[in-house]
Design a protein around this ligand. Structure first.
Ligand code: AOF
Ligand code: ZN
Length: 363
């Protein structure tokens, strides 16, 4: 039964995806005499927490009821007062949580307060599911650096375009739609200057109702053309250009005059130091980044160890060609022993494509 209600709470939490950042997604279900009497979720950053919404939606008194929450109720005064106090004041009888809140301001204190008030606490119900749901929040709140998701589509022989450069389309419509939604879920989208020069992409999210990610371009020498799409419509989607000290000051001024922020990042071998870049972006409140290539940036990001997760769409096509490019360029590793391995890999079918999700091995 606990699992059933927690599953419902997780479904509710999921509805907040794309809108709660940098807060977690949280869902809550209130059960009394075997009936669900209230439900809620954290709908939007800065607004009410899941527990508050569930309690205020209740169709009868919540006194003596059990609340299922996907994350430990908070214990701090943030944008809203502590949910643990509310649960105590409203005299709930039992609190079932999936995961504890890794936020150093909370981390166990919410549950401790609830227990001290004499309320029963059950922990760890569907914990792994809750932790996966909040993989972005869990990394960002503990490291202040963004969670990085590398995404690409390729053919069965590992190509992302033909030798003539044609790449429309490698993957199926369903896969492309799935990948496009990621732009609405993560708070930043990052590409290298090569991609801007080659494709002049817009890097916006065209899913109605979803926010645009901050567009982040790594451009160590400020080669970005002033008429590129990513420099336009700053009111709609913000752009950050990350460069090094080597960039021309006059170019920098011209970009800034358009209203685009240019950040100087320490360099490594003449390029933007990716680890430092992540720290700076984290400091700006960017909790997650969708890495959309190209191959040179993907390789550099792998080498720098900044990638947390990959989403790879593999199309049942063979392209061939020595000149046809791959999703990860650079020099690559020397020996198989050094190859980057995935952990917790999940493979699913997405229309005719194979969808691979996995995490970069630690250490
Ligand atoms: C909960 N329920 O639904 C959420 C929680 O600034 P605030 O007040 O919105 O607080 C944000 C912090 O509260 C966030 O970092 C996380 O620790 C917790 N989020 N807690 O009990 C919720 N969204
Ligand atoms: Zn709360």
């Amino acid at each position: 039964m606990d699992r059933k209600y927690m599953k419902r709470a997780l479904e509710l939490a999921e509805k907040g995806r794309g809108f709660t950042s940098p807060n977690p997604m949280v869902g809550a279900v209130i059960v009394k005499n075997g009936q669900i009497i209230g439900e809620g979720y954290h709908e939007k950053f800065g607004e009410a927490h899941a527990e508050v919404n569930a309690i205020s939606s209740a169709t009868e008194s919540v006194e003596g009821a059990t609340i299922y929450v996907t994350l430990e109720p908070c214990s701090h005064y943030g944008k809203t007062p502590p949910c643990s106090n509310l649960i105590i004041d409203k005299k709930l009888k039992k609190v079932v949580v999936a995961a504890t809140d890794p936020n150093p301001l909370v981390s166990g204190r919410g549950l401790e307060r609830i227990r001290k008030a004499g309320i029963d606490v059950v922990e760890g119900v569907l914990e792994a599911e809750s932790n996966k749901l909040n993989e972005v929040f869990n990394k960002f709140i503990t490291t202040q650096t963004p969670f990085v998701l590398m995404k690409y589509a390729m053919s069965l022989d590992g190509k992302i375009a033909t030798h003539t450069g044609d790449s429309k389309w490698i993957s199926s419509e369903e896969s492309r739609e799935h990948a496009h939604h990621l732009r609405g879920y993560l708070s930043g989208i990052m590409v290298g200057i090569g991609t801007v020069l080659k494709d002049d992409p817009q890097l916006t999210c065209r899913v109605p109702g979803y926010p645009n990610p901050v567009r982040i371009v790594l451009d160590s020498q400020l080669r970005v053309p002033l008429d590129s799409k990513i420099l336009k419509d700053q009111d709609e989607a913000k752009t950050l250009i990350l460069t090094t000290e080597h960039a021309s000051l006059s170019m920098r001024r011209e970009i800034e005059q358009i209203g685009v922020e240019v950040l100087t990042v320490p360099e490594q071998d003449g390029k933007v130091d990716l680890e430092k870049a992540l720290e700076i972006l984290g400091g700006k409140g960017i909790d997650s980044i969708l890495l959309e290539g190209g191959g040179t940036l993907n390789a550099a990001a792998l080498e720098a160890g900044i990638i947390d997760k990959v989403n790879i769409y593999v199309a049942p096509k063979i392209i061939g060609g020595e000149e046809a490019i791959s999703p990860v360029m650079g020099r690559g590793v020397e020996t198989m022993k050094e190859a980057y391995g995935l952990s917790d890999m999940q493979v699913t079918k997405m229309s005719e494509d194979i969808f691979v999700e996995g995490y970069l091995r630690e250490g």
